[in-house]
Design a protein around this ligand. Structure first.
Ligand code: FES
Ligand SMILES: [Fe+2]
Length: 415
């Protein structure tokens, strides 16, 4: 973006978000630098995905391919999946186990922590050629990221000047985080991957918006899983970047449409619909507290969701200004019995990319991008539910957390 002619940006409190931030390619490249490669902790996976020394997984953080590996001493490392020689992606598989990493092109070899430990023909052949004498392997390892493992999840940052993860999310969000990630051993249930044709920030807005849930998701209204009159809470960290929405499902015997005239007038609402298998929406309490829903958005890279007994990390991978990938990791606890495992899989059916609930979100994000793009230069979104303030709430009629995120985003992008 041309620094001399900054784009128009209204005050965050004004509740107006300019559409060019979802369509401008230069802004997208600037975001990669400032947001994704800047001082932010990015979700990189779960420790259980790299269980043993030698285990690795590959992922993408921002637009950069990254390897997460466990070294011989048990420590977890993250480094760019890009050979220090001529840039080849050294590791091609999603998961695996190795003694060391070897680039397929000229066989440079790297230790499990990314350090360069072997260069074929370094001294040349029969005394001829080879690398210069002053070539220092120590200075030519894979580019490392800073890593922190926090109660089973792995966080990585391209910036080495980071506060602890707990400081980064703040005490309120930490309380919510440690409810799901308490340190209890996790177990992977499975993955989904979804390519969504919209700007990545629209995904974060979607999960900071409690208000759409009772209106867009007719499944919720029909089967009483989420209602406007239920107990809700919206909490943010001080910066406004991170948020957590929680709710308590109405009692089972409450009429599905009780006190809820808006929901029953939704197109597609049919009070006569019955679930063939009601176990789809029957959960058992397992975490502390009575919340049945907890949707945490940790800026910029992940949504940590618990709904009924489905627990997921939804990792955001930006692919271009108008496309992102959402990688769902469904997980449970190591000591789950078979019944619990089956329950989690059932509930994941509601909240996966093709789920009865979450499919609506992917679709509406595409519609948003398509609605915005034709006139992005001159128009803006109206984000004024709940007034102009940026503060926590105990109701769902608010867009406060969206305003909070953009107040923070604007600071990062214009600093
Ligand atoms: S590019 Fe990797 S060894 Fe040459
Ligand atoms: Fe939604």
């Amino acid at each position: 973006m041309d620094a001399a002619a900054p784009r128009y940006w209204p005050e965050a409190q004004a509740g107006s978000i300019p559409y060019w931030i979802y369509t401008d390619k230069d802004n997208y490249l600037e975001e990669l630098e400032r947001v994704w490669y800047g001082p932010h902790w990015l979700y990189a996976g779960l420790e259980v995905e790299v269980p043993e020394p030698g285990s690795y997984k590959t992922t993408v953080l921002g637009a950069r391919p990254v390897v997460i590996s466990r070294a011989k001493d048990g420590t977890v490392h993250a480094f760019e999946n890009r050979c220090a020689h001529r840039g080849v992606r050294i590791c091609q598989e999603r998961f695996g186990s190795v003694e060391s990493f070897t680039c397929p092109y000229h066989q440079w070899n790297y230790a499990l922590d990314g350090a360069l430990q072997g260069v074929p023909f370094r001294r040349g052949i029969k005394g001829e050629g080879g690398m210069p004498r002053d070539f220092d392997p120590k200075a030519n390892g894979l580019r490392k990221l800073k890593v922190e493992c926090v109660n089973g999840a792995i966080w990585a940052s391209f910036s080495h000047d980071m506060p602890s993860f707990r400081e980064y999310v703040g005490e309120t969000i930490w309380g919510r985080y440690s409810r799901v990630f308490s340190g209890k051993k996790l177990r992977i249930i499975g993955y989904n991957r979804q390519l969504v044709p919209s700007n990545w920030k629209l995904m974060l807005e979607n999960v900071k918006d409690p208000y759409h849930a009772a209106l867009l998701h007719v499944f919720f209204a029909t089967f009483g899983l989420y209602r406007p009159d239920q107990k809700n809470a919206l909490e943010m960290d001080e910066s406004g970047a991170h948020a957590c929405l929680t709710a308590i499902m109405p009692p089972k015997d409450a009429a599905p449409a009780d006190g809820n005239a808006v929901a029953t007038s939704l197109p597609g609402f049919d009070a006569g619909l019955q679930l063939a298998d009601s176990r789809l929406i029957e959960g058992v309490r397992e975490l502390t507290g009575t919340e049945t829903v907890s949707v945490m958005s940790l800026f910029p890279s992940v949504i940590l969701l618990q709904q009924l007994n489905s627990m997921q990390a939804r990792q955001i991978v930006p692919r271009s200004v108008d496309k992102f990938e959402l990688i769902y990791t469904h997980f449970g606890f190591e000591d789950d019995d078979e019944e619990m495992q089956a329950r989690r899989v059932r509930h994941a059916n509601l909240f996966g990319p093709a789920g009865f609930v979450s499919a609506d979100d992917g679709e509406v994000l595409q519609m948003t991008q398509e609605g915005i793009s034709p006139d992005a230069e001159n128009a803006s979104a109206l984000v004024r539910m709940g007034g102009a303030e940026i503060k926590d709430a105990t109701h769902m009629a608010t867009e406060s957390a969206i305003r909070g995120m953009y107040r923070y985003y604007r600071e990062v992008m214009t600093a």
